[in-house]
Design a protein around this ligand. Sequence first.
Ligand SMILES: Nc1nc2c(c(=O)[nH]1)N[C@@H](CN(C=O)c1ccc(C(=O)N[C@@H](CCC(=O)O)C(=O)O)cc1)CN2
Length: 287
Amino acid sequence: MLDESYESRIIDGKVLAQQVEEEVRSGVEDLESNRGITPGLATILVGDDPASKMYVRLKHRACERVGIRAEDFLLPADSTQEELLALIDSLNNNKDVHGILLQLPLPEHFSPQEAMEAISPAKDADGFHPYNMGKLMIGDEGLVPCTPHGVIRALEEYNVPVKGKNAVIVGHSNVVGKPMAAMLLNRNASVSVCHIFTDDLKKYTLGADILVVAAGVKHLIKADMVKEGAVIFDVGITKEEDGVYGDVDFENVIKKASLITPVPGGVGPLTVAMLMKHVLMCAEKSL
Ligand SMILES: Nc1nc2c(c(=O)[nH]1)N[C@@H](CN(C=O)c1ccc(C(=O)N[C@@H](CCC(=O)O)C(=O)O)cc1)CN2
């Protein structure tokens, strides 16, 4: 049981996500009444991975809440890269589709990079296209990956200073770690990126004013690895029979953190809400 005195340290991702969704809902209404456009998202799911199916379902439910039209495209696990590319091409040319989301991971025999590059940069709701990633790297943030965008939104909402602070990211994936590093660097944090080959992880995490953990290792970060007063974002999700766990040993780490996201109910819901924001952005820029 969590001591009540720590509750004010919890960043409630569901509440923040509701706020973002409210903004999107009002943006969708404006776009419909001023330009007669209803934003549309096409989701592509390849195969039947249960977690991916659930994430796509969460995205469709969010679309319903904010008034975005969502269409589901399912490809069997044994479909080919060429079939996937043909589907993406048809969605790129569909004027009712403003955003395209390709749920990751893809089955082994696919090239996710080639598929990402096939999505029109203007419809890249996930911000994974090299063009949008490149823009992010030079500080021109438009369509950026949803999870790091959610972390930035939470930092803003909680008035956490970033400039000159030590930010440490654990995990160097293209989905979270690398874009997160760029976004924090764009805000003048001093950024360290750690990963599986990092020698002495604790040496880095102990210096973090802002710690973002996306390693996918249950309870990797223990209380003795964090600085007193750190702001901590837990992006990891490990599902076990008795529940869902993050990369941070929440119950103990919260005693040292000034702010921390729980799992579930932290960064996950924000990721979905930022996707809604991106689809609206794509629709607003469409001709
Ligand atoms: N195309 C993409 N693929 C993937 C992304 C992404 O941003 N784009 N991120 C992750 C999965 N993901 C979204 O797709 C995602 C993960 C988690 C949640 C979420 O709300 N999780 C809940 C917990 C749910 C549970 O019980 O398992 C929470 O944290 O509260 C939403 C979206 C990889 N793929």
